[in-house]
Design a protein around this ligand. Sequence first.
Ligand SMILES: Cc1cc2nc3c(=O)[nH]c(=O)nc-3n(C[C@H](O)[C@H](O)[C@H](O)COP(=O)(O)OP(=O)(O)OC[C@H]3O[C@@H](n4cnc5c(N)ncnc54)[C@H](O)[C@@H]3O)c2cc1C
Length: 485
Amino acid sequence: MPRDYDVIVAGGGMTGLITATTIAKYTNQTMKILVIDRNEEINPARKNISGWTCGDAVSKRSIDFYSKEVGITYDYPELEHKVKGVIAFAPDRKTKVSFDGEGYVLNRKLLGLRQVEDAKKLGVEFSFETESDKLVLENGFITGVEILDKDKQRKTLTAKIVVDATGSASKLRQNLPIENSFMEKQIDRENDMETTGRYILEFDRGETDTSLFDDDYCIIHLNQDIAPGGYAWVFPKSKNKVNIGLGVQKKRLVTRNQRLGKNDTLQSLIDDYISSNTSIKNYRLSSDDGDSGNSRGNWQVPVRRQNDCMVENGYVIVGDAAWLPRPIDAGGIGPGIFASVIAGKTIANALQAKDYSQSSLWNYNTEYVRNYGYQMASFEILRRFLQIVLNEKISYGMKHFLSADDVEKITSREHPSFDKVNMFNPLMLFKILTHWSLAKELRYTAKKSNELVRHSQAYPESPEGFPEWKNKLDLLLNDAYNRFS
Ligand SMILES: Cc1cc2nc3c(=O)[nH]c(=O)nc-3n(C[C@H](O)[C@H](O)[C@H](O)COP(=O)(O)OP(=O)(O)OC[C@H]3O[C@@H](n4cnc5c(N)ncnc54)[C@H](O)[C@@H]3O)c2cc1C
C-alpha cells in the first residue's frame, strides 16, 4: 500500500528532532519524513504550556557523540553555559562526589529552533499545532497515526514507520493497539515517576559558598527533607542566572511530611529551597526566558530503566516516551541523544531493506541496551534503596563507604562497588558494625548491579530470545523490589 510518508515522528522535542534528522542523514535525504508537534512553529520542542521544563544540563560527551555521528555541532547561544562537571552533595553538604565531566546548560528554546532548522535543511517536513492522537493498526503493523490538525480536524496520516517521541505522557504508547506486546504500555507511576519543578532566575550574588552556587559546576543536593525521594539542583546559566528546582517521589513526600509534621507540596518545597539559598539574592524570573513563559514550570519525569522493548512492527519509541532518563538523576537528554541516533540509523536501515517489522527494528534495542542502557536497571535498584534511607545515613555512607575507586566509577556513570564495605577490611570494621544495615544493603546493591549489568549486556539479538531474557530480568528485579519496598 502506498503511504503518505516513509516515517512520521510524533513529537518534535529534543529526541524526535534528533531521530528525524538522523534518518534523513543516513538515507541521504531520499525518504519522506514528517514531524508532528503540538507547539506553534515559534516555540518548537516546548514540553507543555509552561515551557521547556527541564534542568537543561547535558554532558559534553553526548553532544560530541551527536556531532560525530550526524555531523551537527552546537555552540553558543543554544549551549548557553559551559560547566566543568556535576557535583552531588551529601545532605550535610560536607561530602561531595563529582561526576559526568564537562558539560553544558542548554537554552532549550533556542536549541529547539536550531534543531528544526537543521532538520529542514535535510528535507524533513513539519506539521505544527498538530496533535498525534492515536496509532493506526493494520494486519499487526502500526501503519499511521490519527491526528487533530490546526483546525481540530481529525485525519489519518499513514507511514511505513511511526516514531513516538511525545515525551513522558505519551498516550500513543499507553494505547498501543497491539495485544501481548513485548513493549510495556504503562509505567508504575507510584514507584517510577517523579514530579519535578524548576525556575529560571536572574539574581544578585550573595554569600560565596560553592556548595550553594558555583558558576563552574552543576550542583545536586541529595536531601530527604528538601527533596524526598529525589534531589534538588542549582545549575548555573551564567554568573547571575540559574536553573534551580527539585524533584520528589510523591509517596516519599507524604512520609516526609508525616515524619516532620509538615504539609509541604512540591511548590512549597521549591520556593523554600530557593529562599534558603544564601548565595542567591534578589532573585527574579528570568526576563529572556520569561517572554515565552519558560521561567517557571512543573512536569513529570520517568526514573526507571528504559522500556525493556522499544520496538514493535512499524513502531519505535524514543526519549521520555521510552523512559530513558537515568534512574538516579533523571538526566534524559544524554540517553535521549544516544538512543535517537541509534534509532535513526536502525530505521534508515529498515527503510532501505523495505522491512518494517519488529525483527528488522530490533537492533535499536540491542545496541542501545548493550552500550548505554545496561547500567540503568542497576541504578534503578540503587535509587530504590536511597529513597528509603534518611539523611544521616546518606551523609555517613557518602563520607565513609565510598572509595576513590567508587567515585571514579560514578564519574564514568558506572555503579559503585562499595568495596570498602567489606568485613575483611579491619580499618572499616567499626564503621561497618555501627552502620551494619547500611553497609549490608550497599553491598547488596553492588552485587545486584553486577548481575543486572551482566544480564543487560546479554540483551537478545532478536525478538525470539526476549521472553526468556525478560523472565530472568523480572526475577532479578523482583528480589530487589521486595527488599526495598
Ligand atoms: C523538571 C525537569 C528537569 C530535568 N532536568 C534534566 C537535566 O538537567 N538534564 C537532563 O539530561 N534531563 C533532564 N530532564 C529530562 C529531560 O528534560 C527529558 O529527558 C528530555 O527533554 C526528553 O526529551 P523528549 O524529546 O523525549 O521529550 P520532550 O522534551 O517531552 O518532548 C516531547 C515533544 O512532543 C510534543 N508532544 C507531546 N505530546 C504530543 C502529541 N500528542 N502530539 C504532538 N506533539 C506532542 C511536546 O510538546 C514536545 O514538543 C528533566 C526533566 C524535568 C521534567
